[in-house]
Design a binder for this molecule. Structure first.
Ligand SMILES: *Cc1c(COP(=O)(O)O)cnc(C)c1O
Length: 401
């Protein structure tokens, strides 16, 4: 079957909740993907940063296959021999004492919300069911009904109320607005260190540090969503590490925690906070299963042993510098950290979508985010030669009429 036939079947039988580029991928390796018509493309999205380790990384593949032959699911009613080691290795990698594994990113966000609320009632002394969590404009934390309750994107929420109460929204990048919004009932603030889905929005320097200080001063938990920015993507293990002295109370990770093989997410926290969960209060049938744990161990091992944080930092600096030098009437700004890069176009450019289509015609897959931004976020195993292969093509596209 060819591309068009697959697309027709998909459109007829599948819900239309996405608007994908018309490329049907059947195979991938490292930074490259191959479609059913025999074309080869450079992947500049990395499944929204889930394949930081590169497609079908052999070490993770092997861990998955070996574990799948032994035992895949025990449920948490019984213990398994992979989960303890996953916990330990994740702790050594992250510097947090404990973790709680879930599957999708959204589930981990829900977990963090529940833990913050529990802390508010049991530790801070907020009257029961009065806890507030502060969120910021332009946030993206997933798609559950509670999470879209604090989204500020009409497309994500308008037809899906009634909404979960207990959330307050302040502008992103404005630490003073955050401090003013704090009440005695405030449990936490939830923040992405860089807003990926909002268009690779980077807050002013010092913002996160200021927010962290305000949290300490008012006894409010700092929750950082690193599902997209974490696990080496921005040139550090976690994007919050770009600011000195910031240590969030909870860090949420997902996506690259499996290197793209399997949905695995987790909340990281120290024992005094994570210890608040008692047996039966929270759970997931698949969360922490031995297959996921084995994959997660290998995925973290790759990030660590291949030093993908350093690699993202070096190659990201080079890529950003080169993109910044492209003369183009369409480009308003090039910004990024590590290999999470956004090229924002002027509104007059007519939207980023047509540029993404033109990149696809030249063998590069990138996706527009928020209409006017092209996101470049290739797998971190990409090399300089490949970036140099892509640059003239990107230049050509940015110089279209
Ligand atoms: C992708 C993403 C999520 C949601 O993860 P899912 O696995 O799609 O549920 C949450 N927060 C951020 C910042 C993300 O990029």
């Amino acid at each position: 079957m060819k591309t068009q036939q697959f697309i027709e079947i998909e459109e007829q039988y599948g819900a239309h909740n996405y608007h994908p580029l018309d490329v049907v991928i059947e195979q991938a390796e490292g930074a490259w993907v191959y479609d059913v018509d025999g074309n080869k493309f450079l992947d500049c999205l990395s499944a929204y940063s889930a394949v930081n380790q590169g497609h079908v990384h052999p070490r993770i593949l092997n861990a998955m296959l070996e574990q799948a032959k032994k035992v895949t699911l025990t449920s948490r009613a019984f213990r398994n021999d992979q989960l303890p080691l996953f916990y330990k290795e994740l702790s050594e990698f992250s510097g947090y004492e404990m973790s709680l594994p879930m599957n999708s990113g959204a589930e981990a966000v829900e977990t963090a919300i529940k833990l913050a609320r529990k802390w508010a009632y049991r530790v801070k002394g907020v009257p029961r069911h009065q806890a507030e969590i502060i969120t910021v404009e332009g946030n993206f934390h997933g798609r559950t009904t509670t999470i879209i309750s604090f989204s500020t994107e009409p497309l994500y929420r308008d037809d899906f109320g009634p909404f979960t109460p207990g959330f307050v929204t302040v502008p992103y990048g404005d630490a003073e607005a955050f401090e003013k919004a704090i009440t005695p009932n405030t449990a936490a603030i939830s923040i992405e260190p860089i807003q990926g889905e909002a268009g690779v929005v980077i807050p002013p320097k010092g913002y996160l540090k200021k927010v962290a200080e305000i949290c300490k001063k008012h006894n409010v938990l700092l929750i950082v969503d690193e599902i997209q920015t974490g696990l080496c993507r921005t040139g550090r293990k976690f994007a919050f590490q770009h600011e000195e002295g910031v240590r969030p109370d909870m860090v949420i990770i997902g996506k690259a925690l499996s290197g793209g093989f399997y949905p695995i997410s987790a909340v990281l926290a120290d024992a005094d906070l994570m210890g608040l969960f008692q047996p039966g209060e929270h759970g997931s049938t698949f969360g922490g299963n031995p297959l996921a744990a084995a994959i997660g161990r290998a995925a973290i091992g790759v990030l660590r042993d291949e030093k993908l944080d350093e690699r993202a930092n070096e190659l990201g600096n080079y890529f950003i510098e080169q993109l910044s030098e492209v003369p183009s009437k369409h480009v308003k700004e090039v910004r990024g950290r590590g290999l999470l890069i956004g090229v924002e176009l002027h509104p007059a450019a007519g939207g980023a979508r047509r540029f993404c289509e033109a990149l696809k015609a030249r063998g590069i897959l990138a996706k527009e985010t928020h209409d006017h931004v092209i996101r470049f976020a290739p797998p971190l195993v990409i090399d300089k030669e490949t970036i140099d292969w892509a640059l003239p093509k990107i230049r050509e596209v940015l110089q279209m009429d």
